[in-house]
Design a protein around this ligand. Structure first.
Ligand code: HEC
Length: 91
């Protein structure tokens, strides 16, 4: 009885944590943005295996001009989140 309850709470917590991490990201929008702004030089598959958090951090640095990139990138935080969702999934 008690164990079942702990299990249920753990599942609910995990579910919430997993969901909140991507709540505002839209991988489909990220893909559209990628096709429009990045596909000239990159392929989505190039980023497969990189975590969304790493891609987000890198893109923020590039946008802020703190990381060297072929071209200056202008992306909103929402676009960065969408791109990270799309790219980390490799599709
Ligand atoms: C004109 C070509 C070009 C375009 C357009 C372009 N990139 Fe890049 N990108 C590069 C090159 C070349 C590199 C390798 C690093 C460098 O600039 O020397 C790179 C590096 C990166 C990296 C870092 C990879 C790493 O392993 O650190 C990320 C992330 C990235 N690009 C994302 C994007 C995104 C997202 C877009 C679209 C919004 C984009 N790039 C558009 C050419 C481009």
């Amino acid at each position: 009885m008690k164990l079942t309850r702990i299990f249920a709470v753990a599942i609910a917590t995990l579910g919430l944590a997993g969901f909140s991490g991507v709540a505002s990201a839209d991988a489909a929008a990220g893909k559209a943005k990628f096709e429009a702004a990045c596909a000239e030089c990159h392929e989505v598959a190039d980023f497969e295996g990189t975590s969304a958090a790493d891609i987000t951090a890198t893109l923020k640095k590039i946008v802020a001009g703190q990381q060297k990139h072929k071209t200056a990138l202008k992306l909103t935080d929402a676009e960065i989140a969408d791109l990270a969702a799309c790219l980390s999934a490799g599709k």
